[in-house]
Design a protein around this ligand. Structure first.
Ligand code: NOJ
Length: 976
């Protein structure tokens, strides 16, 4: 979002047609290193004899048995004088890490990306036996020794095989190229000796170029000329390149894997369309360069605000993945040169090669492997899963109070109110604009009265002015990012002239954390105009700089340790988020779970909080792509994600706004937000019937909070995403591999397809298996097929297509409340959706919701199971404790050694009961329903369809007050 443009927009109305200012952002052909990398790929493809010049020097191969690693020297026949070092190791869980760096180079390549992304140094497997052959080194491991990693010497190629078949191959197409450090003088001198014909002004045609290349192998490989090696311009900006060329190109192929997913963030389909090869869907590679892309396109490979260089490759037989730990700008081409196989080509501006190969073989394995590297999603505070109401801006304390009152008057639930940048005097974050917010703490207390929360924005740019203590302190402590000449960098953002803290500097960490303390220590600054329940929004942390190149920071700016901004650009936003999350967490003693929303992110950001997809437009296309973007983020390990409900720009018609609430209610992060120029659109302002529909949608979200929280808890344990695309849940069902408009919520069995088109009254949903699926609201039964089947479901404006997979038990809390903490002692409903064989299962995780007491065993974790017994004459529904049985899978990676089912939290909710059980799909009317040896009250509505048969209204048994507590074991028997 650019300042000047926003000001303009506030003066004139929003333009009728939104369009990204494409010229603000580079295409591959405008980025010299991408141009060079792609040209290399073109030359390789056009040459029948292309082979990689890189090879392992067999004499240098070293196997270190104590470290279980394999290292070797690598040379390029094009530059025999340059040395590279290769290091391959296998982790205990079978993940292979492949690193390559220049050895004794003129300079050092940036090698710290992984240290920011990884949670710890992975344990190396001691079991691995490397076998050295004449032409390769290999290691065999895994169950039945079915995994093999092979490093072939000449040309260098690293392959991961399963059952003898290649799954992931590095440098199979020979596109590896690590541009070594050199000096301009040496290059000029060398080139003066080259016998090359003068290039004609209009450039060389292909044939000429080939002649030239054959005359000089270096130009054959690297291309003619030193394209953008020493300096590069884009628009009015010049990027000086004191280090010269240092890019890294590598092809990563996935033989027999026809689909690739991930590498968020892009506004694209979930199954990534091609960017190279014949019939490429896009012409530019996917770009990872965190950027504030104003009015971004709804279908594009352009960069957006964050980067997670993680890609899944999938087929019906296998799922594998890679994580490319690089922090610099990276472009990725995707092609299917061989049908049902995927070729990718990664081109990064700088940094070492540090790639993790995840062998799968299932999506769940890959998620667990990635989680062991970079951590799981933090378990959020439970209130953070409620509804968040934001706009730019609520303009005063009284405005906030009014908005809160209106929600309550209209009985619309909401947990969090947000304040955007206008709360801060002259955009000096932390400092309230006392003209509009004279009483911030009183206002915060008013919001907190029924345990609601407030989130306020703190951006990374600091107004450069004497009367801003935060800036002055950062300056005095020498914590600000520098220009290449060592002087403080100045750029333009919301406050005008601004400076940026260098969060790569460890000295900034404690200082930043101290700023959020609400009680002063001595005469040190404290945020006394704040409370311990004030949470934070980190925006503009790509960083967004209105007068910078591509609305960001000059790449030759200098960070701590002397690294250039280009080396760390994609990691930068995560560090700010990290420090803010820690600051918020440590405001109290004992600490509370932080909530910090970020716009920019990197691999590992999932450990810190939530993200949203930035400045989307109020269009149906943006609404739709928001769904696949959130799925892609979930694939990239970042579950806690969502899009601005309503669309940031524009004034959605009521029907569009209603549909957007349907999308938001089924996103892990659910926040409405709007640009400063938009009309107010809080749900209470809607006319009927829209207002009631939105109220119902919000109540639906709140009733399903137990499902969301349980899904988040699972994500925090094993890395499985909170929203799951079809390929994750049904990895063998090809019919689901392309689907990105319907998905499952955690492991609950809920399958949803939010409507993202106008005037829809019905839609098709794809059922991937021969199982019954019930309409969540009506109990109507649909029947899938083993080969996959589309069914038509109603989708009028007031309807969200939501099905329960037969075989699931869904716990809900159905008492409408104003905010989620008020539901703490509310009773539960269990929806038992019987499978075709009369069984069902579900889980529920509960804890106090705000502190870390759960890590010490203060929680309740139950399984509900329905089984068919006595030849189908009885259905038994049971509740049993899962915590004591699964001590090794406690939350946040903290394993418990003992678990006391009577822990303090469990005692607190001991009187919470199951007030209702709804059983869908019984084959006939029960004779009796017995709980605790006593007949309980029940009602039965016969249906046209039994679960085991066809489609139609399913039978519904309602058991009222089955004498069942949520914390204890019980059993209910339905006698048929
Ligand atoms: C850009 C953010 O993306 C948007 O959500 C916010 O409202 C504006 N900055 C103003 O802070």
């Amino acid at each position: 979002m650019r300042g000047l443009k926003v000001i303009l927009l506030t003066l004139v109305a929003l333009p009728a047609v939104f369009a990204v200012k494409s010229h603000d952002f580079k295409t591959c052909s405008q980025a010299a290193f991408c141009r060079r990398g792609r040209a290399l790929a073109t030359r390789a493809r056009e040459s029948s004899s292309w082979t990689s010049p890189y090879s392992v020097d067999p004499a240098s191969v070293t196997i270190d048995p104590t470290k279980a690693t394999f290292t070797a020297g690598v040379r390029s026949s094009i530059y025999p004088e340059i040395k590279f070092g290769l290091d391959v190791r296998v982790h205990e869980d079978g993940v292979v890490r492949v690193r390559m760096d220049e050895v004794d180079g003129l300079r050092k390549r940036y090698d710290e990306a992984s240290s920011w992304a990884l949670i710890a140094d992975p344990e190396i497997s001691r079991e691995i036996q490397w076998t050295v052959a004449k032409d390769a080194v290999r290691a065999v491991y895994g169950h039945n020794n079915n995994i093999e990693v092979v490093v072939a010497y000449e040309p260098l190629k690293v392959s991961l095989l399963r059952n003898g078949q290649e799954q992931i191959v590095l440098n199979g197409d020979g596109l590896l190229h690590m541009e070594h450090f050199r000096t301009k003088e040496a290059v000029d001198q060398e080139k003066s000796g080259w016998a090359l014909p003068e290039a004609p002004e209009e450039g060389l045609d292909l044939e000429d170029a080939q002649v030239v290349m054959q005359m000089n192998p270096r130009s054959w490989f690297e291309g003619v000329g030193d394209d953008g090696w020493w300096e590069e311009t884009f628009g009015t900006w010049t990027d000086s390149k004191p280090k010269g060329p240092e890019s890294l190109s590598i092809d990563i192929n996935f033989p027999n894997h026809g689909h690739v997913y991930g590498i968020p963030q892009h506004a694209t389909r979930l199954s990534l369309p091609t960017t190279a090869g014949e019939d490429a869907y896009y012409s530019d590679p996917y770009r990872l360069y965190n950027a504030d892309v104003f009015e971004y396109l709804a279908d594009s490979t352009m960069s957006l605000y964050g980067s997670i260089p993680v890609m899944h490759a999938h087929s019906a037989e296998s799922t594998v993945a890679i994580f490319n730990a690089v922090g610099s700008e990276t472009w990725i081409d995707v092609a299917h040169f061989v049908p049902k196989s995927t070729h990718t080509h990664w081109i990064s501006e700088s940094g070492i090669m540090d790639i993790f190969l995840m062998p799968g073989p299932t999506p769940a394995d890959v998620f667990a492997q990635y989680a062991r590297l970079t951590g799981t999603s933090a378990l959020p505070a439970q209130w953070a899963l409620g509804y968040h109401q934001c706009r730019w801006n609520y303009i005063s304390s009284d405005d906030v109070r009014d908005v809160q009152t209106r929600f309550d008057e209209e009985d619309i639930p909401v947990d969090v109110f947000w304040l955007d940048i206008e709360y801060a005097e002259d955009h000096k974050y932390f400092i309230w604009d006392k003209k509009s917010f004279p009483d911030p703490v009183d206002m915060l207390h008013d919001v907190e009265a029924i345990q609601r929360k407030m989130v306020v924005i703190v951006d990374p740019h600091l107004k450069r002015t004497d009367n801003y203590p935060i800036y002055q302190q950062a300056k005095d402590l020498d914590l600000l990012i520098k220009k290449k000449d060592g002087q403080e960098y100045e750029g333009w953002c919301w406050p005008g002239s601004s400076a940026w803290v260098d969060f790569f500097n460890p000295a900034s960490w404690d200082w930043w954390k101290s700023l959020f303390k609400t009680m002063p220590e001595g005469d040190k600054w404290a945020w006394i105009d704040s409370t311990e329940n004030t949470y934070i929004w980190n925006d503009m942390n790509e960083p967004s700089i209105f007068n910078g190149p591509e609305i960001s920071m000059p790449r030759d700016n200098i960070h701590y340790g002397g690294w250039e901004h280009r080396d760390v650009h994609n990691i930068n936003g995560m560090l700010f988020h990290n420090m803010t999350a820690q600051a918020v967490m440590h405001r109290t003693d004992p600490p509370k779970r932080p909530f910090v929303l970020t716009r920019s992110f990197y691999a590992g950001s999932q450990r810190l909080g939530a993200m949203w997809t930035g400045d989307n437009l109020g269009t149906w296309e943006h609404m739709a792509v928001g769904v696949s973007m959130v799925l892609s983020l979930n694939v990239g390990g970042f579950s806690f994600s969502g899009s601005d409900v309503g669309g940031f720009f524009g004034n959605p018609e009521p029907d569009m706004l209603v549909r957007w609430y349907g999308v938001g209610a089924f996103s892990p992060f659910f926040r409405a937000h709007a640009h400063i120029d938009t009309k107010r659109r809080e749900p209470y302002l809607l006319e009927e019937p829209y207002k009631s529909i939105v109220r119902d949608i919000l109540r639906l979200r709140y009733s399903l909070l137990p499902v969301w929280y349980t899904a988040f808890r699972e994500a925090s344990v094993n890395g499985l995403p909170v929203v799951r695309p079809h390929y994750v849940v049904f990895p063998q069902d090809e019919g689901g591999f392309d689907l990105d408009d319907q998905y499952f919520v955690g492991g609950s069995g809920l399958l949803v397809k939010p409507i993202t088109r106008k005037d829809v009254t019905e839609t098709t949903m794809y059922l991937p298996e021969n199982e019954v699926y019930y309409d969540y609201f009506t109990g109507h039964a649909y029947r899938g097929a083993a080969t996959g089947k589309n069914v038509t479901v109603p989708a009028e404006l007031h309807q969200i297509p939501l099905l329960i997979r037969g075989g699931s038990i869904v716990p809900t809390r159905e008492r409408p409340r104003r905010a989620s903490p008020l539901m703490k002692h509310d009773p539960f409903t269990l929806r038992v959706a019987l499978s075709t064989t009369g069984t069902a299962r579900g889980e529920l995780y509960l804890d106090e919701g705000e502190t870390f007491a759960h890590q010490a065993g203060q929680f309740v974790w139950r399984a509900f199971e329905a089984t068919a017994e006595k030849g189908g004459k009885e259905i038994r529904i049971r509740s049993r404790d899962l915590a004591a049985r699964n001590l090794d899978t406690a939350v946040d990676g903290v394993a418990l050694t003992t678990y006391d089912a009577r822990n303090a939290f469990a005692k607190d909710v001991a009187r919470v009961r199951v007030e209702r059980i709804v059983v869908l799909g019984l084959s006939r009317e029960p004779r009796s329903v017995v709980a605790d040896g006593k007949e309980v009250h029940w009602e039965y509505k016969a249906g046209a369809a039994a679960a085991s048969k066809g489609e139609g209204t399913a039978s519904m048994l309602l058991v009222k007050d089955p004498h069942a507590s949520i914390t204890t074991d019980w059993e209910i028997t339905i006698h048929l």
